[in-house]
Design a protein around this ligand. Structure first.
Ligand code: CDT
Length: 308
């Protein structure tokens, strides 16, 4: 008997600065209800799904930004989402900004089971952008000011009858992200993202944003025999156009479902977890074919070292 998870990738359109978290939660609940109607076991929301992408502004005193963060989860504003999930018996994954009791700031994603219990928490590892104000930019991408990198690395958790991992946005561009989870037998990787179309350091990449988004997730899925669920917050948010193209990628590397708008849109796929073993047990049989004895530099060094 095949093991199926029906997944809803719940893309969000923009959340403007003046929009309240309550209004964002209302939109998440509407998408969750749609997912439930479509028979989903699990609905996946984007990175920073409760607020506008606030790292595009710099504040001198970071405590002025505290209102963008959640200090508990469920928080008072997200409790209705947890209640609705439990009522519908549907799981979900949610990205949000987290401020811990001891003052750490993380870009966080959680995985919540059908009974409303938080089964896993992931802190974004690869933090892109810059840490200081860069006045010449048309908009800031100050994630490195607002978030510290997750020290725990990449986890894989047993949930929904599968081995499930999480990554957040920029993590999806790094092959190490997928491989670490692949080595833990991951079968489904959940990823939320906010990707501005305009890449300020090299605008020649702007036209390739959609291509690169698909390229990295399709490669990561195929090379590790895993489903990948990539979920955007897209559209024009505070004047910044962001990529949509939410998609669900099979272990073959094929995109099996994709959003066609940049707004609130649910994309659904029935994901057969046993499809993973077709790749994990053959071409990418790690135990048989990997050569870790010659991969040492991948963990021993950070930047390039020329050997000439
Ligand atoms: N949110 C996030 O990680 N966005 C990055 C933009 C990189 S440009 C600073 C991404 O990789 O899509």
């Amino acid at each position: 008997m095949s093991r199926i998870i029906t997944v809803g990738a719940a893309q969000l359109g923009p959340i403007q600065k003046e929009h309240t978290k309550t209004s964002a939660v209302d939109r998440l609940i509407a998408l969750m209800r749609q997912a439930s109607t479509n028979g989903c076991d699990l609905v996946v929301f984007p990175e920073l799904a409760l607020t506008t992408f606030f790292p595009r502004w710099f504040v001198d005193d970071i405590t002025e930004a505290d209102h963008w963060y959640e200090t508990s989860m469920p928080s008072p504003v997200t409790q209705p989402l947890f209640d609705e999930a439990r009522r519908l018996s549907i799981g979900f994954s949610l990205g949000y900004a987290e401020l811990t009791p001891d003052g750490h700031r993380f870009n966080t994603q959680i995985l919540v089971e059908k009974d409303g219990s938080v089964v896993a928490k992931y802190h974004k590892v690869h933090i892109p952008g810059h840490e200081h104000h860069e006045p010449d930019r048309p908009f800031q991408h100050a994630e490195r000011y607002y978030f510290e990198p997750g020290p725990e690395g990449f986890g894989v958790w047993k949930a929904f009858g599968a081995r499930v991992g999480m990554m957040i946005c920029n993590d999806r561009r790094w092959p190490e992200t997928y491989r670490v989870m692949g080595l833990k037998g991951v079968e489904m990787i959940l990823c939320g993202y906010n990707t501005p179309i305009h890449y300020v350091p090299d605008p020649s990449q702007d036209i390739l944003q959609g291509f690169h988004n698909a390229l990295v997730m399709q490669s990561g899925a195929y090379q590790n025999g895993s489903w990948v669920v990539g979920v955007a917050k897209g559209g024009v948010e505070e004047g910044v156009d962001s990529l949509g193209q939410t998609c669900i990628v099979a272990p073959s590397g094929q995109i099996v479902a994709q959003a066609y708008t940049t707004g609130d849109e649910l994309v659904v796929a029935r994901c057969d977890l046993d499809w993973c073993s077709r790749y994990k047990d053959t071409l990418f049989n790690f135990d048989k074919y990997r050569r870790p004895e010659v991969y040492g530099s991948i963990t021993a060094q950070k930047g390039v070292i020329f050997e000439d």
